[in-house]
Design a protein around this ligand. Structure first.
Ligand code: FES
Length: 139
């Protein structure tokens, strides 16, 4: 696919994601027909980019970094705390649809780890107490 079309496709997928909170099977079928792109290619694009989801997500998407620098700063313990506190596993959403937990690669703040994002906000130098306070502060 040429770059121009790929940019347009990403914009359309982003719009669908923003509007509905995920990209449904029906959306994929519609975009596939409209753009004459195989569904398999669309699934490949959607699964490549972590900002796209094939299922509804929570109001807050928590992305915790699992790369080396953060691991050396105790991100494994934070992930354990998040799972226990939210009662979910990776890529799951809480029953109240408030939080979705994702484990991701480097978030680009390696010297400030451990790091997580909640929607578009970065949180650095995290401890288990800080993580719980952050979650509790979200309405
Ligand atoms: S290793 Fe965690 S932000 Fe880079």
């Amino acid at each position: 696919m040429e770059k121009y079309y790929e940019k347009e496709l990403l914009e359309e997928l982003h719009d669908v994601q923003e509007t509905y909170g995920f990209i449904s099977e029906e959306d994929i079928l519609r975009i596939s027909k409209k753009r004459n792109i195989p569904k398999a290619h669309l699934y490949g694009v959607i699964s490549f980019y972590s900002m796209f989801h094939l299922e509804p997500t929570g109001k807050y998407i928590i992305r915790i970094c699992d790369s080396v620098s953060c691991r050396l700063n105790n991100s494994v313990e934070l992930l354990k705390t998040l799972k226990e506190y939210l009662n979910v596993e990776e890529n799951q959403t809480t029953k109240d649809k408030k939080f979705t937990l994702e484990v991701v690669e480097c978030l680009g703040h390696c010297d400030e780890g451990p790091v997580m994002m909640v929607n578009d906000t970065y949180y650095t130098h995290l401890t288990t107490n800080k993580v719980i306070k952050i979650l509790d502060s979200l309405e």
